[in-house]
Design a protein around this ligand. Structure first.
Ligand SMILES: Nc1ncnc2c1ncn2[C@@H]1O[C@H](COP(=O)(O)OP(=O)(O)OP(=O)(O)O)[C@@H](O)[C@H]1O
Ligand SMILES: [Mg+2]
Length: 522
């Protein structure tokens, strides 16, 4: 009985103790200002922690939010914040949301005074996000500047070397990779110099890069597509390899082929595959070689520098090895077209004075000493006339991969049909395959014909439209061929006539001479 009484008493006392604690906690939470609560918490934490540390085999490393400059958070702190936000958002109980500058979505981070565990190569560590208040009594104009935050990393002392050499490196690399994955990609273009000065943003201006084209949308042979994709992915993972062979981590691609064969589309697909920014360089707007170098310096890593229609951008063909007269005659018309293109480009730019960028300036841009600034970079040229480019510009080492984009083949058509009409087979496919072998049509024209002309997609109508277009193209080819043959025949006929005329003339001259000779004979 006595035992029962004392147990009851004890329970009652425990109950009242709990009630008192709950009451104090409620008062503490309701009336104590927020920052006081944090101060008390960090005070208790600090002193118990110091006591525990005397006997503990665990070590701590602290990463302060601000080191030196009170307005710019330290890079290490931001990288750790990013890493912990992504890696621990499933484990941590307290999280906070944040928009990273230039990011594309809300990023989660560890809430203040939260602890999470992380494991790397079998080693367990603890991360704590800590917030405290500085003792400074000065009144600050800047809200929140007396708050101090840091991340504390705790681990067993036996892993000291592993943590400082391997784990922290891994955190930095991974944090940076996450930042790049979360950033909003950009499409840059070079700004034209306005009376000796640039806009405040620098030499490049940019917009958000949002283009949906991927390799899946690209009409081309599957095997060729896979080879290109594998090459790109291998390049993006070859940081150590490039360091080993002593070359800057960059690669040149030359895309060539007739208009409307998917060169620009492929550039977008590459950027989307590797998640790179695009620097679309308009060479005619670049003043000289020095400015070209400055543009290069202002580009970031994980990007591609694109120069479209390189043959029309500048007169880079001037230093080309000499061509034969026949070649020249053949090229005359195309040259005229290209000159027109260059003139048009310059006019569009409002530029009367030609750019002073030279071929050697461009070669240096691609693989001179300065080209090693930044890393993981692609340089891509496009052209409709590969034969017009100086061999030095496109030799391997500068343009490592040459990709020809050509007229639409049946395999490319099947990709387009699947994308545009969701069909993988159809009775008309056989006819289309035969027609595509008999006539040349660019993927852009095939795509245009496959595009439904009304809201309702009628597969039969679209394919019939394509068949009609292909048949027309075949007829046009035949007409052109007939005309060509006619012209050739006419030319041959005229040549024969000309020869007969010359022979007659020679004969006539011979006869006159003969008559004169007989006359003059004594
Ligand atoms: N191989 C292709 N696969 C899918 N679509 C294509 C392909 N080629 C062209 N197209 C379509 O045709 C249009 C024009 O293509 P794109 O601008 O890529 O051609 P281009 O080769 O860059 O031409 P240009 O030499 O005139 O710059 C795009 O809208 C694209 O949708
Ligand atoms: Mg193009």
């Amino acid at each position: 009985m006595m035992m029962m009484m004392s147990t009851n008493d004890m329970l009652m006392q425990l109950g009242s103790l709990l009630a008192t604690i709950m009451f104090i906690k409620a008062m503490y939470e309701q009336y104590l200002p927020h920052h006081w609560r944090d101060s008390i918490r960090s005070f208790l934490y600090r002193y118990t922690e110091r006591f525990v540390r005397i006997f503990s085999p665990y070590l701590d490393i602290t990463f302060e939010e601000y080191t030196g400059d009170r307005f710019t958070p330290s890079e290490a702190y931001i990288t750790i914040e990013t890493y912990l936000g992504e890696k621990t958002s499933k484990k941590a109980r307290g999280l906070k949301g944040n928009f990273i500058k230039g990011g594309k979505a809300l990023v989660l981070g560890l809430a203040d005074n939260e602890e999470v565990t992380d494991e790397y190569q079998g080693v367990k560590v603890w991360w704590t996000s800590r917030k405290s208040y500085s003792k400074s009594q000065t009144i600050s104009w800047f809200p929140g500047t007396d708050e101090k935050r840091n991340y504390q990393l705790s681990f067993h002392g036996r892993y000291r070397e592993f943590i400082t050499k391997t784990y922290l490196n891994y955190i930095l690399e991974e944090g940076k990779a996450i930042t790049i994955r979360n950033r909003q990609r950009k499409l840059f273009t070079n700004v034209k110099e306005q009376s000796g000065s640039y806009s405040r943003g620098g030499l490049w201006s940019h917009v958000e890069f949002k283009h949906p084209a991927t390799f899946d949308h690209l009409g081309m042979e599957e095997s060729k597509k896979n080879t290109i994709k594998n090459d790109l992915v291998r390049f993006s993972k070859a940081k150590d390899y490039y360091a080993k062979i002593g070359k800057p981590w960059k690669r040149g691609y030359l895309l060539y082929g007739p208009p409307g064969t998917g060169k620009s589309t492929m550039i977008v697909a590459i950027a989307n595959l590797l998640e790179y920014d695009i620097y679309d360089l308009e060479l005619t707007a670049v003043k000289d070689n020095t400015q070209l170098r400055r543009l290069l310096i202002e580009t970031s890593s994980k990007s591609m520098i694109v120069i479209e229609d390189i043959d029309c951008s500048l007169d880079l063909t001037g230093q080309r090895s000499s061509t034969t007269k026949n070649d020249k005659d053949k090229d005359t018309k195309e040259d005229e077209d290209d000159k027109e293109k260059v003139k048009k480009k310059l006019k569009e730019e409002g530029e009367n004075k030609k750019s002073e960028v030279t071929l050697s300036g461009l070669l240096n841009f691609i693989d001179g000493i300065w080209s090693a600034v930044g890393e993981e970079r692609l340089i891509i040229f496009t052209t409709n006339h590969i034969e017009k480019l100086d061999p030095a510009l496109i030799r391997t080492g500068r343009m490592d991969v040459h990709i020809e984009l050509s007229h639409c083949c049946f395999e490319a058509f099947k990709v387009l049909a699947n994308n545009y009409l969701d069909v993988t087979s159809h009775p008309l496919f056989e006819k289309i395959e035969r027609l595509l072998e008999e006539t040349k049509m660019n993927p852009s024209d095939v795509a245009e014909n496959l595009m439904p002309k009304s809201l309702e997609i009628v597969v039969d109508t679209c394919l019939e439209n394509l068949v009609k277009a292909l048949e027309k193209s075949k007829m046009d080819d035949q007409l052109k061929k007939d005309e060509e043959e006619k012209r050739e025949k006419e030319k041959a006929k005229n040549e024969v006539k000309e020869e007969i005329k010359v022979e007659e003339q020679v004969l006539a001259n011979g006869e006159i001479k003969h008559e004169e000779d007989t006359k003059n004979k004594p």
